[in-house]
Design a protein around this ligand. Structure first.
Ligand SMILES: [Mn+2]
Length: 317
């Protein structure tokens, strides 16, 4: 029975995947995302132990994905570990196999909770890196794990990890090497290529911070940049901050659509709910977390999207 791990390529996904790998040495690691999950699960075979981490369930092919889960769970073992809001109408009991789901914790924390007995070493810090990477280190379990480490050193290491993988989206061999490194409980700063990449990205980020103000457009409560050559998530933060707006958006044109990240600091705004409500009506899709989300909207309807977003922000919560 082979173990195959399917995880997200961001900081939380890498750490969750590393914890799964540490508990299952020799497992194969694949990187995937909601739109690619169904196709990527073609790499799993009946009888496998399949671990899926940090991949939100895709609404558009949900039943096909759940059917595939059920095939894999019946023939072998399937564990689905995630913290993104479930598609509307789906509850955790509807997911075939073992589902570990909590929107309040990072996927890394959930993976740590599942695999901790089999880790054979103090890998708690790997869970903490992943939690910080997803801004979810304020949970009771993270507070408890942090007691065993120096917070400042952990933040440094997480910074190296997060900055180091920036812009390396589809560089899967590099990311696999990082997952193996983390699974061995080696700190991110001891991975030479990761550290070099982190330093390069830190310099690029400084340039972006200094120049983004000139590119930001503001409509109502929303500040946005399109095709600003930098990480969408970070550009959304800096676009919002530079304009003092409620919501920041950074988008890029891609195949007739605008793919975007959205960020807010306002606790009364739920971007996930707003996007799930307005994006489908514009021929797009969107969702994520309340304060950090993503969407894909047809380019010709972007203006309407901004109007709809402003209307949702102004309307009843
Ligand atoms: Mn995550």
């Amino acid at each position: 029975m082979a173990t195959r791990i399917f995880t997200h390529g961001d900081g939380d996904g890498l750490c969750a995947g590393a914890l799964a790998l540490a508990a299952n040495p020799g497992a194969e690691v694949f990187f995937t995302h909601p739109f690619g999950l169904l196709g990527d699960l073609g790499n799993a075979e009946e009888g496998d132990f399949v671990v899926i981490c940090d991949i939100s369930l895709p609404e558009h092919e949900l039943s096909a994905v759940l059917d595939r889960f059920s095939e894999l769970a019946e023939g072998g073992r399937l564990v689905y570990i995630d913290h993104h809001p479930l598609p509307e109408g789906l509850s955790i009991g509807d997911i075939p196999g073992e589902a570990i789901h909590d929107t309040r914790s990072s996927a890394s924390e959930l993976a740590y909770g599942l695999f901790r007995e089999g880790l054979g070493g103090p890998l708690g810090r790997v869970a903490i890196y992943g939690a910080i990477a997803d801004y979810l280190d304020g949970t009771p379990m993270m507070a408890k794990l942090l007691c065993d480490w120096d917070k400042r050193a952990i933040y440094f290491e997480t910074g190296v990890l997060v900055q180091g993988i920036e812009g390396r989206k589809r560089d899967y061999d590099f990311k696999r090497s990082v997952v193996r490194h983390l699974a061995a409980n080696d700190p991110p700063s001891a991975h030479p290529e990761l550290l070099r990449s982190a330093l390069e990205n830190a310099a690029r980020e400084e340039g972006a911070i200094r120049s983004i103000g000139k590119r930001v457009r503001v409509e109502g409560e929303v500040a946005y940049v399109i095709d600003f050559p930098f990480s969408l998530g970070k550009a959304a933060i800096y676009a919002r901050a530079s304009a003092g707006a409620a919501v920041g958006i950074a988008g890029e044109r891609r195949k007739g659509s605008i793919d975007m990240s959205l960020r807010t600091c306002r606790g009364d705004i739920d971007l996930n709910r707003i996007l799930r409500r307005i994006a489908p009506g514009l021929g797009g899709s969107g969702g994520g977390h309340p304060s950090a989300a993503g969407a894909r909207i047809p380019e010709g309807r972007f203006r309407e999207f901004i109007e709809g977003l402003n209307a949702a922000l102004a309307g009843p919560p």
